[in-house]
Design a protein around this ligand. Sequence first.
Ligand SMILES: [Zn+2]
Length: 285
Amino acid sequence: MDLRFLGATGTVTGSKYLLTAGGSRVMVDCGLFQGYKQLRLRNWDAPVFDPASIDAVVLTHAHLDHSGYLPLLVRHGFRGRIICTPPTYDLCRVMLPDSGRIQEEDAEHSPALPLYTEADAFRALDCFETRAFHQTFEPAPGLSVELLRAGHLLGAAMVAVRCGDTRLLFSGDLGRPNDPLLPPPEQPGAADILVVAIGKPEFVKGDWIKPGAAAIDVGINRVAAPEKGEGKSKLVGDCDFASCEPVAAAITPVPRGVGPMTIAMLMANTVIAAHRAAGKAVPKF
Ligand SMILES: [Zn+2]
């Protein structure tokens, strides 16, 4: 199994995860980079993967930083299915053509060249299929997927993927526990691999993590710390350390993108987790 992070690293937009298992390739989310021009320019880079080789895209929700690259994916040769909840499709039917129209209006190049067009967006919409929450489906052979309620936006889902004995969970953006209009995020069950970037302090509790799994926490949240003095604050991750630490074999915080030291820690923690899971003595590094 191979999992690649093709966006939303070092920034919060451009979510794209590519999961390859056996001969199957499924992308979770397909978002645009948004914000500063330096970021937006990354949308113009040639894809580092072959879109024609991807069997399906599963969307967490309709916000453009999770869905807005789909018209380009289709333009670059993707011919698979795009699967999401019915409300997410209803929102994409409005938002993707609208995004194409805005790209055409804002084209800055000379001659004017839009990132993609309204027509590209309609071609992407032809690939959509919907699945209800909790309806298990196979986007590609060997991969079974279930969409779980995430709150956040109409139709927003967490994507739970089962591949053999391994369960992966992609949180997408999560809503509040007490929103007046939307349901709270549901308890997703424990997973072997959590891809969680939600920006909510200490939201992920220990019961989301299978015993012995390695957790990678990319959250960075500033919260009040009255214990350090009046007006003081501290940084905490998305994982609730007190309940996660006894369950996970290792927690690696990744507060500011991935550098060589972080990669070294991730590799060391993965080896430590594997040894603990196998009941073997933990090696020293
Ligand atoms: Zn969102």
